[in-house]
Design a protein around this ligand. Sequence first.
Ligand code: ZN
Ligand code: ZN
Length: 325
Amino acid sequence: MRYDDILGKLVIIPSKSSEINGKCPYCLGNENLDKPVIVALVSDGNILKKVYEHTESRDWKVRVFESEKPIVAISNGKVSNENDIAYGYHYVLALTPDHQSPCKLPIDQWINILLILQDTIKLLYTKKGVSYVAVYMNNMKNSHPHIDIITFSKIPPAIEKEAESINRSTIDNGTCPICKLTNDSSERSIFEYKNFIAICPWSSKHEYEFMIIPKRHLSHFVSLTQKDINELALVMRVTLGGLYNTLQHSNTSNHDEFNLIFHLPPEKKQNKQFHWYIDVYPINKIQNVLASEFDIHINELKPEEATVELSKAARREFADLMGIR
Ligand SMILES: [Zn+2]
Ligand SMILES: [Zn+2]
């Protein structure tokens, strides 16, 4: 990862990773293609139990493991120490053992997912060099439903900005802007259940964009109780299912393609002012969630490689123009 200190943007130049031919590595039965489990929920008779590192079981419901295509790393020869902004952990949370749409998963499965997600975030914040844990889902047709969980040694610029803006607004107006939004959005509420509300934001950036917000001021997702998780799982399942149907009726071929981003506070700052929420919007064209939501840009082509190609092209162009070929 490199830092553009003129624009204040972080840029990741990922290392190339090998492909796994023809087989989905996240599917049940293909665990040998993945990295070892970090945490998973497995069936043990009639009950589900959590298992941690290296206690592999085939009968899993939710499974977290290191990404096979990590965009940050703790050791790949490219990161020198934990202050390096490319230092971090990239985990994948497989939402289901098969390719069921996340919009149509049972609510119980969403509860399982959210509980394991809480555990994983807590675990990552205990590790060195973790300033921020980014959580998002980039759900694409034909790809295994999963959540990406990526840590950064610096707080992503967009999150820093959002936290500052929530702070400032709270001080200036005496009330949290997200609390205010939930109170003022009754005409844009799409679903409400106990402690959670889903609304279409007034200034939606995307068609069919919606936010899922805890109604009481709550700074972090990890502090949700089991009861909160049950309610949130229901609201997520209902609204995602609604989105799926809406898009299907509007004849959108990619009705199962959406981004879902957890807007979580920068933990180390103990930001009590922050009010966490989830943002969801369908994918209309190729978009990069990290770029649009975290202001972290993925550049597949190394600038050095680009330089070689561009300078070669420039020299050829120059020669043509001067007629020296
Ligand atoms: Zn799969
Ligand atoms: Zn609030």
